[in-house]
Design a protein around this ligand. Structure first.
Ligand SMILES: *Cc1c(COP(=O)(O)O)cnc(C)c1O
Length: 386
């Protein structure tokens, strides 16, 4: 058995090296090149199986860079406000601050743990009353791969004419109402960080609504160089493109993406099945407003201390002694010191989950035996405390 058992370790298909070798042999060891174009095409083709429109993908150096460029494209300016889900990783909100804008945090609804559409509308109306203008964008997140209530969120967004930037960093392959996450908003973002569904060792993508938008994103991502014989600049640019080497890893990873999704779904199904009936233990199973198929990027567990006999912290310590890695849920951003002055619309859901929840090992390197050991350790621990 492999030890330690990690939360979400990357797994290579074996094809990555072939694409990297091609890059070396053709001397494309530079930013951009055929692997970048190929990776973008692979992503577009893969997404098109479950999308209601043609999509245009731009490969970037990180998911964070993708969120940033979406906000640049939506003309988010200093002093503007952008609504962001509070229950998420800081990278969802940091780019708002890069633009000198103000994040406004909205809490979650209990079924998906994602942005509450009712609270969203309350927040929009209250911001309009307090500032005299509407927020410039809305950033919902599909936390741990569970789709947010996008039909309702998009209906609210449309009512007020506010674009949606869908943070799908954890949700590549999750399906909501027949469509892939990342294709549901105005812009969608993906992450290829080492622990996400697939990796390029570091990278991301911005899913754009039109070819014109995608071309403009490429322009901003390569230092905003105007079409002149010399280096002419009329906008502030960024160095955000994915390298041709990283894109080669991405092309190899695309060949195992569907297998990785199936693996994580099977891991989740087994946690649900085999931890069923343990007092105070609840594996997260989303309740949605439409048909959804989460990718179950990370399986998450709630530990209700009165019935379980112990809290999540104690359980995490015991698992750690057995070299099983776990992690608390994302600490809501409205509780983070760095965002303490940001306006917030809170209902207590994310704080409650944060105090009870754990992420369990869920990655492609978690074997059947590994998972048996994790489940058995949790079962024995809870039985001993009851
Ligand atoms: C990982 C992640 C990001 C950032 O992606 P990077 O590629 O690491 O920059 C953004 N949002 C969420 C919810 C994430 O989990």
């Amino acid at each position: 058995m492999s030890r330690p058992i990690l939360l979400s370790l990357a797994h290579m298909s074996g094809k990555e090296e072939q694409y990297i070798r091609e890059a070396f042999e053709t001397n494309w060891v530079v930013p951009l090149g055929p692997n970048v174009d190929g990776f973008e095409k692979d992503l577009e083709n893969w997404l098109s199986a479950k999308a209601d429109r043609k999509l245009h993908v731009v490969a970037l150096s990180a998911g964070t860079a993708a969120i940033h460029l979406a906000l640049v494209m939506l003309d988010v300016q200093p002093g503007d406000e952008v609504i962001c889900q509070s229950f998420t990783f800081s990278a969802s909100a940091n780019p708002i601050c890069y633009q000198g804008a103000v994040p406004v945090f909205v809490d979650s609804e209990p079924g998906s743990w994602n942005m509450d559409p009712v609270l969203l509308e309350e927040a929009i109306l209250d911001r309009q009353k307090k500032t005299g203008k509407l927020p410039k964008a809305i950033i919902p997140v599909h936390l741990y791969g569970t789709p947010a209530r996008m039909n309702e969120i998009c209906a609210v967004a449309q009512k007020y004419g506010i674009p949606v930037v869908e943070d799908s960093a954890e949700a590549q392959g999750s399906v909501y109402d027949g469509r892939y996450c990342g294709t549901l908003g105005t812009y969608g973002i993906l992450s290829f960080n080492g622990n996400k569904m697939i990796t390029t060792s570091g990278g991301g993508a911005l899913i754009c609504p039109t070819k014109e938008a995608a071309d403009r994103v490429k322009f901003y991502a390569t230092q905003a160089r105007e079409k002149f014989p010399w280096y002419q600049h009329e906008k502030i640019g960024y160095n955000y493109r994915l390298s041709n080497i990283s894109a080669g890893i991405g092309r190899g990873q695309m060949t195992v993406l569907d297998a990785h999704i199936a693996h994580r779904r099977a891991i989740h199904a087994r946690y649900v099945e085999e931890l069923k009936g343990l007092p105070g233990i609840e594996v997260m199973q989303p309740k949605a407003d439409a048909e959804t198929h989460p990718n179950y990027w990370l399986s998450t567990l709630l530990v209700h201390p009165e019935e379980a006999g112990i809290g999540y912290q104690k359980l995490a310590d015991i698992l750690k002694e057995k070299q099983i890695e776990t992690r608390p849920l994302w600490k809501p951003l409205h509780l983070q010191p760095v965002f303490k002055d940001a306006p917030k619309y809170i209902n207590g859901i994310s704080e409650k989950k944060f105090k009870e929840g754990l992420c369990l090992p869920s990655g492609p390197m978690v074997s059947r035996d590994d998972q048996s050991f994790i489940i058995e350790t949790i079962r024995q621990t809870i039985q001993k405390n009851n």
